[in-house]
Design a protein around this ligand. Structure first.
Ligand code: C6P
Length: 418
């Protein structure tokens, strides 16, 4: 169990003032199809607190210019805020230096960056290890690399519960392993992976580790120095920040040795027609005008989260997970997909005799937003023998009452569909 989950179990979820949190999120007071909005799709993208919306609006209305390029007040002011957001991210993940925090447009771009630069140095026969529950963003970049460089892509099998035992990862490692690329938390099942053990095991055979922290950054307190991972990638939009911004954390020594991913403005120190020299980190990996206001918005989202006790958030989300799981299990014809012991706030399920898309469409008529589909994890769906599931995922603002709305709507949908 992670440290945060352990703390969470000591915290009483009733101490968490969810109604006050809800009032911070303007969209939650709207209706959909004349029903109160019940938003249970935060694993896809979280809603935004007013603090983030206000910052974005303020930047565009009052302080907008390009960054790192202007010798005038407006540009210098926004440049300071852009770099302050980097420092906010650095502190949030406890990176040693802000040279280790690269802004990207999302987790997908962050993982592709590693594949296209760090991975490009691999030789034919070198091995990259992933797991059977990865998001397509942590599968396809390695397949592209395999087709370009002849690396071998090894997949660690998952258990029928949707767990990734550390022993299974260890069994896949060898002296040929160059990189282990694993999710921190499965987006489709909610499984929390034993990433600290995975990092130690990979390092023991001389391999590096990339963690796809898209879901992990939201539900766990991430300390990259304590994890000792080499890379950690995530998106801002799941962390209550805007979309169009993501982060690649990388250890400075490793990033220093990597070639740039894209060429363009600001990633150089000198250009002639004959040759170019690269800028220092992090600029070397931030070619072109960056996602300026989204980065500042991400900083505001982290400031917002930092106002809470993370263990209290975890206790609240854990309560929703437990309550939701119990309620779903009590419904006839519902089958849970993914029953790992250590889970974060996402529940995947199927209703016998009904297609998940039909089910989600009917739930929507009750104002309930859930994701239906393969969740960009088709190989994982294959291993459970399904093409799709319905996924209810919880964020800081969800309530037990919303779980009840889901359960009641499911009862009605079952009558229509089955
Ligand atoms: N998962 C979901 O509904 P981007 O699209 O770059 O922000 O994130 C990609 C990604 C990578 N890894 C994991 C574990 C993820 O959960 C996601 C995004 C969303 O589950 C949209 S597919």
């Amino acid at each position: 169990m992670s440290a945060l989950a352990q703390n969470a179990s000591k915290n009483d979820f009733r101490d968490f003032d969810v109604n006050s949190v809800r009032s911070d999120f303007p969209i939650l007071s709207r209706t959909v199809h004349d029903k109160p909005l019940t938003y249970l799709d935060s694993a896809a993208s979280a809603q935004k607190p007013r603090a983030v919306i206000d910052v974005i609006r303020y930047q565009y209305e009052q302080e907008y210019a390009n960054v790192h390029r202007g010798a005038y007040w407006l540009s210098e002011t926004l440049t300071s805020k852009y770099e302050a957001a980097r420092e906010t991210v650095r502190q949030f993940i406890n990176a040693r230096s802000d040279r280790e925090v690269i802004f990207t447009k999302g987790a997908t771009e962050a993982i592709n960056l590693v594949a296209a630069t760090f991975g490009r140095a691999f030789n034919a026969g070198d091995e990259v290890v992933i797991t059977g529950l990865e998001h397509h963003s942590n599968i396809v970049p390695w397949q592209i690399l395999r087709d370009q460089c002849g690396i071998v892509l090894k997949v660690v099998p998952i258990t029928p519960e949707g767990e990734v035992p550390l022993s299974a990862v260890e069994a896949a490692l060898s002296s040929k392993t160059k990189l282990v690329a694993v999710a921190h938390i499965s987006n489709a099942l909610g499984t929390i992976l034993p990433i600290k053990g995975i990092v130690s095991a990979a390092h023991a055979v001389g391999a590096h580790v990339l963690i796809d922290g898209c879901q992990g950054i939201v539900h766990e307190q991430v300390d990259v120095q304590d994890l000792d991972c080499d890379f950690y990638a995530f998106s801002g939009h799941k962390l209550y920040g805007p979309n169009g911004i993501g982060v690649l954390y990388g250890k400075e020594g490793i990033l220093d040795g990597m070639q740039p991913y894209q060429g363009g403005g600001e990633m150089i120190s000198n250009v002639t027609f004959e040759r170019s020299e690269w800028a220092e980190l992090p600029a070397k990996f931030e070619a072109g005008t960056p996602p300026i206001v989204p980065a500042v918005g991400l900083g505001a989202a982290i400031d917002y989260i930092n106002e809470f006790d993370r263990a209290a958030i975890a206790a609240h989300e854990h309560d929703l997970l437990t309550y939701g799981t119990e309620q779903l299990q009590a419904l006839n014809s519902i089958k849970l997909i993914g029953t790992a012991k250590n889970k974060a706030a996402a529940i995947s399920f199927v209703l016998e005799g009904a297609h998940p898309h039909d089910l989600a469409t009917i739930l929507d008529r009750s104002g309930v937003c859930v994701r239906a589909g393969h969740h960009c994890a088709q190989p994982l769906m294959d291993s459970f023998g399904v093409t799709a599931t319905v996924r209810a995922s919880f964020g800081i603002y969800n309530t037990r009452e919303e779980v009840d709305v889901l359960i009641n709507a499911l009862g009605r949908a079952r009558e229509i569909l089955c």
